[in-house]
Ligand binder design. Structure first.
Ligand SMILES: [Cu+2]
Length: 496
């Protein structure tokens, strides 16, 4: 039968002339996993692991034999900013979110010391996904404040692994920032590249709204319902934007070690304007090529690599895109180098992406928040904070100079509407505006969407900035006025 079909028509599985057949799947084409990960007892003197804080990655181990590696981690519970003017009590491995990056080689014997800093309030432990053994170390490392514990494991599988705290309530410990990455290099190491960076996503649950100023406690109900207030890279909104953006030059290759601590969300990790040349998906041994977006499960990781050709700002997002622009999941990589108009002609368009409330270094916003808290907020501080926020919120339509766009977006500069009723700006921001409106003698019949995602102090500061700019009548908007306006029903269309 085989002979007959071969004789009658061409074999549909035959390869075209000159094309090699794929390599056969043999026992050698996989790494053997843990079965082949034990290279015998550790050699030489014990080595103290180099740990790094995000976004840095420790140097390659550079070793060709298994060693005993000592890792010392200290749990610190500390208050840090989660966004400008917003503080949160994080629980951390080593004082940062995510925790210190650990790098060892397959076959290494790792002696892990966990200290729980005196003054902490909670017991903690560590479960490393790179450990072979029940609990991944959790049971051996349960540690009360002011105490230390240790356990030893042999890193049998190569890969990029998440570690996290697994003390009850587990979800709360993870939600507070208790996770990090451990890279177990394959025996030959990772191929060298120009830059390696450490980025980890996490979802956060605060009782207040997104960007609501002041200290924000953890909200267990939101966490159980999986309704995060923030979705962040490296534990803070703006941790990798503006001056803190990752840096590289064109002609260089960048490798990202990206983890997802969760506790709840899966991430669709994407770099706007780049294509991953390689993705070691799920943090494992094999790579896929030419990938746009890679999925990283909660409690998982991936390694991506790309070569930079065109200079400019590359924005990294969770492509579940409301998380990027309305919950903070946005980071940047700045590539310097000469233009490559042959590859990309355009002007820099990152403003379009970045403006949607993702500006970094809004120092004035923090200053105003601190001043408001102490009851000493000045008009100047409100105007300065409002100016920063206007740039990320209103300027897309009304333009940075408040002139609007003829026939499309009315001017805020010298606006007759604001001259007639200055405080109407609060209502327009919170409830939007539609129907016919006449501004400086010209008619507009368009729609401004409500900007109700703004917090009350943001409304107050933007309003104050606009009223005190471009020949407008001046005055001051308070957060209390925003609270009152928010509670009122939206006015009917065509308010003129
Ligand atoms: Cu913990």
């Amino acid at each position: 039968m085989l002979a007959m079909s071969a004789g009658c028509r061409p074999d549909p599985n035959a390869l075209p002339a000159g094309v090699d057949p794929p390599p056969p799947v043999t026992a050698d084409s996989d790494t053997g996993g843990s079965l082949k990960g034990d290279f015998g007892p550790p050699q030489g003197e014990p080595i103290k692991a180099v740990l790094t804080q995000p976004p840095l990655v420790p140097p390659a181990t550079g070793r060709s034999a298994p060693a005993k590696v000592i890792v010392e981690l200290e749990v610190q519970e500390k208050e840090m900013e989660i966004s400008d003017g917003v503080t949160y009590t994080f629980w951390t491995f080593g004082g940062t979110v995510p925790g210190s990056f650990i790098r060892v080689r397959q076959g290494d014997t790792v002696e892990l010391h966990l200290r729980n800093a005196p003054g902490n309030k909670m017991p903690h432990n560590i479960d490393l996904h790179g450990v072979t053994g029940p609990g991944g170390g959790a049971a051996s490392t349960f540690t009360a404040p002011g105490h230390g514990s240790q356990f030893t494991f042999k890193a049998l599988n190569a890969g990029l692994f998440v570690y996290h705290c697994a003390t009850a309530p587990v979800g709360m410990h993870i939600a507070n920032g208790m996770y990090g990455l451990i890279l177990v290099e394959p025996p030959a190491g990772m191929p060298p590249v120009d830059h390696e960076y450490y980025v980890m996503q996490g979802d956060f649950y605060t009782t207040g709204k997104y960007r609501e100023k002041g200290h924000q406690p953890f909200d267990m109900d939101k966490a159980i319902d999986e309704r995060p207030t923030y979705v962040l890279f490296n534990g803070r909104e703006g941790s990798l934007t503006g001056d803190k953006a990752l840096k590289a030059k064109t002609g260089e290759t960048v490798r990202l070690y990206v983890g997802n601590g969760g506790p709840n969300l899966v991430t669709s990790f994407h770099v706007i304007g780049e294509i991953f040349d390689k993705v070691w998906y799920e943090g494992g041994t094999k790579y896929q090529e030419n990938v746009q977006t890679t999925l990283i499960p909660s409690g998982g990781a991936a390694i991506m690599q790309f070569h930079l050709e065109v200079p400019g700002t590359y924005v990294m997002v969770d492509h579940s895109i409301f998380r990027a622009f309305n919950k903070g999941a946005l980071a940047m990589l700045k590539a310097e180098g000469p233009d490559r108009k042959d590859i990309y002609s355009g002007k820099e368009v990152d403003e379009n992406y970045v403006s949607g409330r993702a500006l970094a270094n809004t120092q004035a916003v923090s200053t105003a928040a601190a001043a408001a808290k102490s009851g000493a907020l000045t008009l100047e501080q409100q105007i300065a904070a409002g100016k920063d926020l206007f740039a990320g919120t209103c300027s897309t339509c009304h333009q940075a100079n408040g002139q609007g766009l003829p026939g499309v977006f009315p001017p805020l500069a010298g606006s007759s509407v604001l001259k007639a009723t200055p405080k109407r700006i609060v209502q327009i921001m919170l409830h939007g505006l539609n129907g016919k409106v006449t501004v400086n003698g010209k008619d507009y019949d368009s729609v401004m969407p409500p900007m109700s995602q703004l917090s009350d102090d943001e409304v107050a500061n933007i309003g104050t900035f606009v009223l005190n700019s471009w020949g407008n009548p001046g005055g001051r908007v308070t957060a209390a006025e925003a609270t009152t306006e928010r509670a009122r029903p939206a006015p009917a269309a065509g308010g003129e």
